[in-house]
Design a protein around this ligand. Structure first.
Ligand code: 5AD
Ligand code: FES
Length: 348
């Protein structure tokens, strides 16, 4: 089978053998990659038209009890000034976002124990009460089933928790002993069961990652069937144990985005900030490879630089309104348009 046949098979059967996935991930010529992106775009436009969904990201605390080796806000990073927004500040970010046309708010933080079940539930209820037509996405890490249930009851709609890698030994390579892949996966299945729209995902080119690991990521996603998949290139951060590792590959990230679009036609797939950091037109290229979501920052400008998961993160100096305008132009430049809507997944 030629590579072009493989691309066609991927679209038709929404699956490939392990060996065929490996060929897609590392064996395509430039022309073949472009063909893959074109098929991914066609599927994306069939499912979601030209709309790009926009999510307002509120990074409300960079305090984290975990110590992931790749992450700039890991607890052992003593060079970082820590911050925690007050509940009032969080709600006021949402208010500003609403007036700019955002209808989804993503509340993201490190694993910060100050935000107990009831504190976070209160914040969710406040936002939902003031903006009933908005969706709330949580991204606050591994918590108990009871907490996940309470937040769902309070009105949270979606939950992002990247699995990071579906391979046990690779997971060990990226995280300290205190964390486990089994628990991470369990959280994802629990969230799904409770009724959240769930997002998993991984970094492309994280230290120690092999092509076989990426195939495992695909197999895990096929089992979980998430509504959303977040992927972006690994980017080094100077104050982590992986400071001297190489960044992930931009072109490989695009190939994976397109592959995921063909595998999961209705999935919500962001062109991530990491993709926009590794290349100046990274997010635009991501949209052209099948992504259909962008997640600009709504955090107060005073704290943005402190939420540095990796070096040189973009948009840390701009106001929320500037980011929105900038994205409007960027999305328009590749023939798509920002939608003012909750942008729910087509996957049930
Ligand atoms: N490079 C790229 N992505 C990173 N993340 C954390 N650290 C890095 C890094 N150095 C990603 C993780 C996490 C998400 C919030 O950000 O996948 O789940
Ligand atoms: Fe933030 Fe362009 S998206 S400035």
């Amino acid at each position: 089978m030629t590579n072009m046949d493989l691309i066609e098979k991927l679209e038709r059967e929404k699956n490939l053998t392990d060996g065929e996935f490996v060929r897609i991930i590392e064996g395509l010529s430039e022309r073949e990659s472009q063909a893959l992106f074109a098929r991914a775009r066609a599927v994306r436009e069939r499912e979601y038209g030209k709309d790009v969904y926009i999510r307002g990201l509120i990074e409300f605390s960079n305090i984290c009890r975990n110590d992931c080796y790749y992450c700039g806000i890991r607890k052992s990073n003593a060079n970082l000034e820590r911050y925690r927004l007050t509940p009032e500040e969080i709600v006021s970010c949402a208010r500003e976002g609403y007036s700019l046309g955002f209808r989804t708010f993503v509340l993201q933080s490190g694993e910060d124990a100050w935000f107990t079940e009831s504190r976070l539930a209160d914040i969710i209820r406040q936002i939902k009460k003031e903006f009933p037509d908005c969706a709330i996405t949580l991204s606050v890490g591994e918590r108990t089933r009871e907490e996940y249930e309470a937040w769902f009851e309070a009105g949270a709609d979606r939950y992002l928790l990247r699995h990071e890698t579906a391979d046990e030994s690779h997971y060990r390579y990226l995280h300290p002993e205190t964390m486990s892949l089994a628990h991470r996966k369990e959280c994802l299945y629990t969230l799904r069961e409770i009724g959240y729209q769930v997002g998993a995902g991984f970094m492309v080119g994280s230290p120690g990652q092999t092509v076989d690991n990426l195939v495992s990521d695909i197999r895990f996603l096929q089992d979980l069937k998430p509504h959303m998949i977040g992927i972006g290139p690994f980017l080094t951060h100077p104050d982590t144990p992986f400071a001297d590792r190489e960044n992930g590959s931009f072109s490989r990230t695009l190939i994976l985005l397109a592959t995921l679009r063909l595998l999961f036609p209705g999935v919500l797939l962001p062109a991530t900030t990491a993709l926009g950091t590794i290349a100046p037109d990274g997010r635009e290229q991501g949209l052209l490879a099948g992504a259909n979501v962008v997640m600009p920052n709504l955090s107060p400008t005073g704290v943005r630089k402190k939420y540095e998961l990796y070096a040189n993160k973009i948009c840390t100096g701009e106001e929320s309104a500037q980011c929105k305008n900038c994205l409007n132009l960027r999305v328009g430049s590749v023939g798509y348009k920002l939608a003012v809507s909750r942008g729910d997944s087509r996957i049930r």
